[in-house]
Design a protein around this ligand. Structure first.
Ligand code: SAM
Length: 223
């Protein structure tokens, strides 16, 4: 299968649908090989715009969701990003391609937290394979606690659905002026994607669209 051709076609269709608009996100989606982040048995669907199973009962989000979330975050080169929910590592690699492209010597870095050890280890291997291992640090643990050691973050990306009450450690670890993109709502049904911003010491929350994500488990998540 010609993955590069399929990748280009997917990007063109996301542009036509008005989902992909920011040039740095378009370039990243054209560059990062989604086929190298997913299991062998679903590789032929690498560029179908749908979520895919990645093991441990988890999924990699549909490409339109990756694109939308990257655009909400307004990512810029040199930023420090926290991702909660590493999964396959694909979404973190997209962010890395924008904030710290390989060979750019950019100070940008991504800290990504995954609660399943096997998924975290698989993502580490995926980053090595694709050359993003120096700009992405994978942590195994409860991402609802954030990662205080490297806080505050310019941007926070949460890729599992939180309860409506957004985990307070994540709000506290977001820089003044920073942006968090997070799905929130009920565990299995009504969920919305939110853009959260810390402005003048206040947390502002904007509802973007209805979504469907696996639940964010943990101390400040679901039980
Ligand atoms: N970003 C991923 C990718 O590109 O493949 C997709 C993530 S998947 C939709 C959600 C992930 O969040 C799952 O891998 C799940 O194990 C993880 N997760 C759920 N609750 C978590 C928590 N409290 N801390 C860290 N990871 C969590």
């Amino acid at each position: 299968m010609n993955f590069e051709e399929k990748r280009k076609e997917l990007v063109e269709s996301l542009k036509d649908r008005g989902i992909l608009t920011q040039q740095n996100v378009i370039d990243a989606m054209l560059k990062v090989p989604r086929e190298l982040f997913i299991p062998e048995d679903v590789k032929s669907s690498a560029y179908v715009d749908s979520p895919l199973s990645i093991g441990s009962g988890q999924t990699i989000s549909a490409p339109h969701m990756n694109a939308m979330m990257c655009e909400i975050l307004e990512l810029k080169e040199g930023e420090k990003v926290l991702e909660v929910g590493t999964g396959s590592g694909y979404h973190a690699a997209l962010c890395a391609e924008i904030i710290a492209p390989p060979d750019s010597k950019s100070p940008g870095h991504i800290y990504t937290i995954e609660r399943h050890e096997d998924l975290a280890e698989n993502a580490r291997e995926n980053f090595k394979k694709t050359g993003y291992d120096e700009v992405i640090t994978v942590i195994v643990g409860d991402g609802t606690l954030g990662y205080d050691k490297e806080a505050p973050y310019d941007k926070i990306l949460v890729t599992a659905a939180s309860p409506s009450d957004i985990p307070s450690p994540l709000k506290d670890q977001l820089k003044e002026g920073g942006i968090m993109c997070i799905p929130a709502g009920s565990k299995r049904f009504t969920q919305y994607l939110y853009k959260i911003q810390n402005i003048d010491g206040e947390t502002k929350k904007k509802k973007i669209t209805g979504v469907r994500f696996v639940p964010l488990m943990g101390k400040h998540g679901f039980e």
